[in-house]
Write a protein that binds this ligand. Structure first.
Ligand code: AHR
Length: 612
């Protein structure tokens, strides 16, 4: 990890746009620069104050803020000034994610960078922290559907700045979910640039439309309040208005819900606190650093607030000296990846002083459910499991919830009707892995026409098999020269990969590429290709996922062309989540791990340092 200008004993005076700071490194160990997009939105003021308040809990940490006033050019200049002033780490909340990406990439070559709120494409930053805005939109629409019920109804949407990524994601989530109710129509959509007064003007200009609608959904609470004001002015005070943010404070969404101004708000944490805590993990080179953290958003209504006040906190009933007990239900042992995953969990638990109850479900969902039930009976503090398939978990997870035991999904996701059944997901981005495998292939074969691909899939119904297929197809479908001619499951098991490939070779005369959902199956396919008298890696290109050591060995021999990394080393992050939970911290909704792409040309450079 690089830190900059930390030479002991020298004294520095920096003057930045709108701020200045002094550094005497005998007192200050780290300086964190914060390039804020604007301060016209209350949500961003809260973000900055969370950053400042959290930083105060770390002696020797100094924060330097800049405010871009919503100008991309100004934000680039701010970042430049912060770098030249000698910061150790940059936190940036981008004005606009696409345009600011090059400046973030350049900064990342010099120091760690945390991107807050608006995600940028690729992985050229240390960590992204933000809400899942698609889910936020979905949660809002779920409330609207429930509120309107079976009757015909209309809803109006007030969005933030038209070209901003969170707006697009919230709109998609909202509309997709709304389409599930044919009786509800979207009667209008207006952009008010996140601003209360603009929303008030819009509502004033379309009073009849607003007065006639059943629900008004605004992309933030400030705009929701603007609409309320316009309607209250003409005596309408009972309209169902919902917003997003759920900030505390006088005009914050929580107070507005309590006062009955808003029917509901969806919380959208700013990530300020998390950013400083993670910045310190990065600067102090701690274990278990993720790549992306998606923060939890929750529906808040008056009745939820009342209920919340009566529920005890996450560590209620524990005395501080009690050892933390984690029940972990592993799905089985399909191959090298899983072995490394199990080792990582067992050793991280030991290092963290966590008592681990470990069960191996031997690739049976029933056994995994039984293991979870045994952890509930044992009254563990936290349950974690790596779900063998996506569906079929509702009942047992309801039982865990009823017992007050939080559940963490490690490595894979589940599909459950009630999203509160899972406290947090500690997973890879499987769709992105599939996309990256396809992107590598398109580049590698860009001059070729009629590229015929066979796909060896993972276990049907499992999250990685579903998502890796989806991500790969999404990119391949854009090319007229590439076709997936056949696909069959190999369940992530080497021998099954061999069997599937043997059948493909019988069925198809000219296969150009094998895409395998994991390295083990690719290694099985290599055997089948060699037995058929062909040269893997040359006659047939092979791209797979995981990045296990055996895949690197195959690459150095020219038999495998590329592997996309999916890290099994989830133990440290899992233990951190468990400890954070027990200490009463709210866990994020989803934590994504870091992943690289390794074509065969670089295999020799990395093989000796591969940890699994
Ligand atoms: O869920 C992760 C996947 O499961 C790995 O890619 C695969 O090797 C394992 O079976």
């Amino acid at each position: 990890m690089k830190t900059f200008l930390n030479h002991a004993g020298y004294f520095l005076l920096f003057l930045l746009a709108g701020c200045s700071f002094e550094r005497d490194v005998t007192d200050i160990s780290f300086v964190i620069g914060v390039a804020q997009a604007n301060l016209s939105e209350p949500w961003r003021e809260v973000m900055n104050s969370e950053i400042l308040e959290t930083a105060k809990t770390y002696p020797g940490v100094k924060i330097v803020f800049t405010n871009a006033g919503d100008s991309r050019e100004k934000q680039e200049a701010d970042i430049d000034k912060l770098i030249r002033s000698g910061i150790d780490l940059l936190i940036v909340s981008p004005v606009e994610s696409r345009e600011i990406a090059p400046a973030i990439r350049d900064t990342y070559e010099l120091m760690p960078v945390i991107v807050l709120d608006k995600a940028i494409e690729g992985y050229d930053y240390s960590l992204f922290i933000g809400a899942d805005n698609h889910l936020v939109g979905t949660q809002a629409a779920r409330f609207v559907r429930e509120y309107i019920g079976e009757e015909n109804g209309t809803v109006i949407e007030i969005t933030g700045s038209a070209d901003s990524l969170p707006v697009t994601q919230r709109m998609h989530g909202f509309r997709e979910e709304l389409r599930e109710s044919e009786n509800i129509k979207l009667a209008g959509s207006f952009s008010a640039d996140w601003l209360r007064d603009m929303a008030e003007d819009i509502a004033n200009n379309h009073l009849d439309l607003f007065a006639a609608s059943d629900v008004i959904f605004a992309h933030n609470d400030a705009m929701a309040l603007g609409v309320y004001r316009a309607l209250a002015e003409v005596g309408i005070t009972d309209k169902a208005i919902i917003g997003i943010d759920g900030l505390t404070g006088a005009e914050g969404g929580i107070a507005l819900v309590e006062a009955g101004v808003l029917k509901a708000t969806i919380t959208c944490p700013t990530g300020g606190r998390e950013a400083v805590n993670r910045a310190m993990d990065i600067l102090q080179e701690r274990d278990g650093l993720p790549k992306k953290i998606f923060l939890r958003s929750s529906l808040i209504t008056r009745s939820i607030l009342a209920e919340r006040d009566s529920v005890p906190g996450s560590n209620a009933g524990r005395s501080s000296g009690d050892p933390v007990v984690l029940g972990f239900a592993q799905l089985g042992k399909e191959g090298a990846w899983r072995e490394a995953n199990t080792k990582s969990i067992i050793s991280a638990a030991k290092r963290s002083g966590i008592t681990l109850l470990f069960e191996d479900a031997e690739l049976s969902q029933k056994k995994q459910i039984d293991a979870i039930r045994s952890f509930i009976d044992a009254g563990v503090d936290v349950i974690a499991f790596s779900p063998i398939v996506e569906t079929g978990w509702d009942e047992v997870l309801h039982e865990a919830k009823a017992a007050g035991i939080p559940v963490i999904c490690s490595d894979r996701t589940v599909k459950v009707a009630d999203e509160t059944l899972v406290t947090t997901y500690l997973v890879a981005d499987f769709i992105e892995e599939g996309r990256r495998a396809a992107q590598w292939l398109l580049e590698e074969t860009q001059d070729e026409s009629d590229v015929r691909i066979v796909e060896i899939g993972g276990l049907p119904g499992s999250a990685p098999a579903i998502d890796r297929r989806k991500g790969f197809a999404e990119i391949i479908d854009r090319s007229a020269s590439h076709t997936i001619i056949d696909s069959a499951p190999g369940d992530f098991i080497e021998n099954l990969g061999y069997n599937v490939m043997t059948q493909f070779l019988v069925r198809h005369e000219d296969i150009d590429v094998v895409y395998a959902h994991n390295d083990d199956m690719a290694l099985g396919a290599i055997r089948a290709i060699e037995e058929a008298g062909l040269e893997p890696g040359k006659d047939i290109l092979i791209v797979s996922i995981d990045g296990v050591k055996a895949a690197f060995q195959a690459m150095t021999k020219g038999k495998l062309n590329c592997t996309v990394e999916c890290s099994p080393l989830l133990g440290p992050q899992l233990m951190k989540a468990v400890i954070d939970y027990v200490n009463g911290e709210e866990l994020p909704l989803r934590i994504n791990t870091e992943e690289g792409v390794f074509p065969m040309e670089v295999a020799r450079d990395f093989i000796s340092s591969r940890p699994y």
